[in-house]
Design a protein around this ligand. Structure first.
Ligand code: FAD
Ligand code: FES
Length: 265
């Protein structure tokens, strides 16, 4: 067996234990994983998921157990459509976990997820409730049927120090409007000391700017097109940083520097 880095850079072929439909275009796959992968994985990190004969794509880790890793996949193109075709008992290749993690710091925490951005934040929120943090979760989507991992967040919101706010653009569930607007209104009240966010760039942009204006530490998980996942190919630059190595979770001065590159429209 080679070094830890060599081991994690080699795809491991793993069996899919179950597939759960979350929304019309989003599935969660529970994948059998070598214990070193599930043990090492931290909220915010991602895996390179290899579909033989198709492609290899980055996917956030949405949960772990002792011997499983979960990914939540939205169908947008060829590779994600192929992952959606994978059935229980079939195989996928995994490399990783890679990238930076959420710090899990803060005492009164705001979590803001939009769309598939809920995936890494479910894993984080689970860790935060395990250590009894006070958490407000805002989960947003265009409409009720597009809310990702709603049930998982509802379970976590049963924790006595947690609350869940759903938002939909069309008002079909929860508060009508954008998750970022609800987050901004809460941030202006000044009760939070840490914000974690992942989702559409326009949403994160507003959350980051509002949190910074209130001097609240914010950590955001960003996405760029990736090929190697390990800092070699240069396809995932944002400003002067590589999302696969310096991110995907950015915070502090680096986040302040790159927020200008987020697409707001
Ligand atoms: C760190 C990281 C974590 C991610 N976590 C998840 C996750 O948990 N669940 C999930 O469903 N997806 C996640 N993604 C996005 C996922 O990797 C892409 O949707 C996937 O690579 C698309 O592959 P495809 O072959 O299906 O689509 P393609 O045919 O490659 O692309 C379809 C469309 O999506 C766009 N696209 C592809 N990749 C990206 C990207 N990285 N950013 C913005 N637009 C893109 C393309 O421009 C095109 O318009 C993550 C991406 C990164 C970088
Ligand atoms: S994906 Fe190759 S450098 Fe980031």
């Amino acid at each position: 067996m080679g070094s830890k880095a060599a081991v994690k850079n080699r795809p491991v072929i793993c069996e899919v234990r179950s597939v759960r439909r979350e929304t019309q275009d989003t599935n969660t796959l529970r994948i059998e994983s070598p214990p070193y992968v599930s043990k090492m994985a931290q909220p915010g990190q991602f895996l390179m998921v290899w579909v033989p004969g198709i492609d290899e794509v980055p996917m956030s880790i949405s949960n772990t157990t002792k011997d499983e890793i979960w990914i939540t996949v939205k169908k947008v193109g060829e590779a994600t459509a192929a992952i959606h075709k994978v059935a229980e008992g079939e195989l996928l290749g995994l490399r990783g976990p890679y990238g930076t993690r959420f710090s899990a710091k803060g005492r009164n925490i705001l979590v803001v997820a939009g769309g598939i951005g809920a995936a890494p934040l479910l894993f984080l929120t689970k860790k935060l409730t395990d250590v009894n943090k006070r958490i407000t979760m805002i989960i947003g989507a265009r409409s009720a049927d597009k809310l990702v991992l709603q049930e998982g967040f509802e379970k976590l919101s049963k924790h006595r120090r947690s609350r869940l706010i759903l938002t939909t653009d069309d008002g079909s569930a929860g508060t009508r409007g954008f998750a970022s607007d609800v987050a901004a209104a809460l941030l202006k009240k000044g009760e939070f000391d840490r914000v974690y966010t992942c989702g559409p760039e326009a949403m994160m942009h507003k959350v980051i700017i509002t949190a910074e204006s209130k001097r609240v530490q914010v950590e955001a998980s960003l996405e760029r097109y990736m090929r190697c996942g390990i800092g070699i190919c240069g396809s995932c630059y944002i400003g002067r940083y590589l999302v696969c190595k310096d991110g995907p979770v950015f915070t502090g001065a680096r986040l302040e520097e790159i927020v200008q590159y987020l697409k707001v429209k």
